[in-house]
Ligand binder design. Structure first.
Ligand code: COA
Length: 118
């Protein structure tokens, strides 16, 4: 039977992410997001919504871990399956649990939740 090990949620104002992209451009994107995440968000009409959602998802995962684990932004990658459902990959070969992600965004806000399960 699977067990829930942690849960986290985060909400972010899309304008904050948009401002960071305007100010620091590719340096900001490459610091926070993987190539796959950049490619996914960039193909949309309003990329900042998708970047903000991924930012929120990464924060939600950190909360789900719940400790001060030394995790960098790109250790957590959010991609989408062929139906659009978000998937999370945590770049640690020793990590055997699953991380379930859900995302939503409006014009102003992006929200994401993460559940760590076995
Ligand atoms: C999935 C769905 C509920 C998204 O709702 P929405 O109100 O349009 O958009 P929201 O802002 O709330 O959510 C967007 C996020 O939903 C997530 N999402 C998309 N498709 C999803 C799916 N099949 N299952 C779970 N989550 C999904 C994505 O993470 C997306 O954000 P992202 O593109 O930045 O990763 C909506 O597209 C839907 O009802 N789909 C029905 C199934 C469908 O049409 N599938 C088409 C592909 S087969």
């Amino acid at each position: 039977m699977s067990k829930i090990h942690g849960t986290g949620i985060d909400i972010i104002e899309i304008s904050r992410v948009e401002a960071a992209i305007k100010r620091w451009g590719k340096d900001f994107l490459r610091h926070v997001f993987t190539q796959e995440e950049i490619a996914y968000a960039s193909q949309h009409r309003f990329p900042a919504q998708h970047f903000a959602a991924r930012f929120a998802a990464k924060e939600a995962v950190l909360k789900a871990f719940g400790d001060n684990a030394h995790i960098s932004w790109k250790d957590i990658q959010i991609t989408n399956d062929r139906h659009g459902k978000p998937e999370c990959r945590y770049k640690d070969k020793k990590f055997k649990k699953k991380i379930l992600i859900s995302i939503s965004h409006t014009h102003n806000y992006a929200v994401a939740s993460a559940i760590i399960t076995s």
